[in-house]
Design a protein around this ligand. Structure first.
Ligand code: 5GP
Ligand code: MN
Length: 338
């Protein structure tokens, strides 16, 4: 599947003059990592390419945008519109429907450029793309793209020929989507890790940069959330935390500061579903994780205006923050039929 796709993708790339690479809203490590992997591959080919992200990335991922040339729609909508307007090929990464690109969606949909998608979410929106590489049998979009690039003529299954910055980007997204090899790692993930090490990418250093570079206030916020905000619902095998604006202000909250917090309650014996609700001006951001059999993708589709993966999904709520606990409990009870 990957080899055949790589050939078709290479033909599309060689026929294109202006390429735009698009990530998803609120980009995480897999989003910024995969656009970086593709960007430096295209640069190495001598192609004109622009990276577009629908909104800004957290500070801890800024090292991937080394030259600060990724266009953020929220900061630079005109430049994004111009880039997409001029493009003849658009490559979407790490999302399964155009809605995930938020403000970029209409520009993307209206463009007559050829459209490619590489992604690992279930049920991709096929009608929006001309060429799709999609599977859920991979740790991350970064892993999927890694094996696509390995099959290209430039890399030719020789890891030494993969551009270093591509390798570094792809390593980052693989590490973040697997939470440092704690979930979704399969045999091909470890094979990729081995090849990355051979290429000189230090997974130890990247892991430290991505998972172990807390500010003091972030560390204290984590303590606050676990000590005072986490609620465990024993009969539902679930736990949740609400990160209100009041607490955000108290701990000088910056974007990305609560990254990974949603995984923590899963460390409690018996907890199979975890939720983190983060208040913002427009809505309440929902983050869901599970272990065992519960599909938080289905849970989010039904109750939280979102989706994602079976065991990691997100969404939005448009209710006052103090109504969140009752809404979560009621929704989960109904979903689990308890
Ligand atoms: P996180 O909890 O880290 O924000 O998101 C986990 C996963 O859920 C993401 O990798 C993405 O696949 C998905 N996701 C997050 N937010 C949304 C959303 O608003 N809508 C949809 N459809 N998926 C989301
Ligand atoms: Mn992903």
């Amino acid at each position: 599947m990957v080899r055949e796709f790589a050939g078709k993708m290479e033909r599309a790339i060689s026929g294109a003059e202006n390429i735009v690479i698009v990530g998803h809203f609120n980009p995480d490590g897999d989003s910024v990592g995969s656009v970086t992997g593709m960007y430096y591959y295209l640069k190495e080919l001598g192609k004109k390419a622009v990276v577009v992200l629908p909104s800004s990335y957290p500070e801890y991922l800024s090292f991937l945008d080394k030259d600060r040339d990724y266009l953020l729609f929220t900061k630079n909508p005109e430049k994004v519109a111009q880039a997409i307007g001029e493009s003849d090929l658009i490559i979407g990464l790490d999302f399964n429907n155009l809605g995930r690109t938020e403000g970029v969606k209409n520009l993307f949909a209206a463009s007559s450029a050829q459209k490619i998608l590489i992604d690992h979410h279930p049920n991709p929106e096929r009608s929006s793309f001309d060429l799709i590489c999609s599977t859920v049998d991979t740790s991350s979009t970064c892993e999927l793209l890694f094996y696509v690039l390995m099959e290209t003529a430039l890399v030719d299954n020789d890891i030494e020929k993969m551009p270093y910055r591509s390798a570094e980007g792809l390593a980052t997204g693989m590490l973040t989507d697997t939470n440092n090899f704690k979930n979704s790692s399969i045999a091909s993930t470890y094979n990729m890790a081995s090849l990355l090490l051979k290429r000189g990418v230090s997974l130890d250093d990247l892991g430290k940069r991505v998972f172990g570079s807390y500010s003091e206030s972030r560390m204290r916020l984590m303590g606050e959330m676990l000590r005072n905000q986490m609620v465990v619902l024993k009969d539902l095998n679930a736990a949740y935390m609400v990160l209100s604006k009041k607490i955000q202000e108290e701990y000088n909250y910056l974007q990305g500061d609560s990254e990974g917090f949603v995984n923590l309650p899963l460390l409690i014996e018996g907890v199979e579903v975890s939720a983190l609700f983060t208040e913002s001006d427009e809505f309440i951001r929902v983050s869901l994780r599970s272990q065992g059999g519960v599909s938080v993708n289905a849970l989010s589709n039904r109750f939280f205006n979102g989706g994602g993966h079976e065991r990691a999904s997100g969404g939005r709520l448009f209710i006052p923050v103090d109504e969140v606990p009752a809404y979560f409990e009621k929704s989960l009870r109904e979903f689990l039929d308890k």
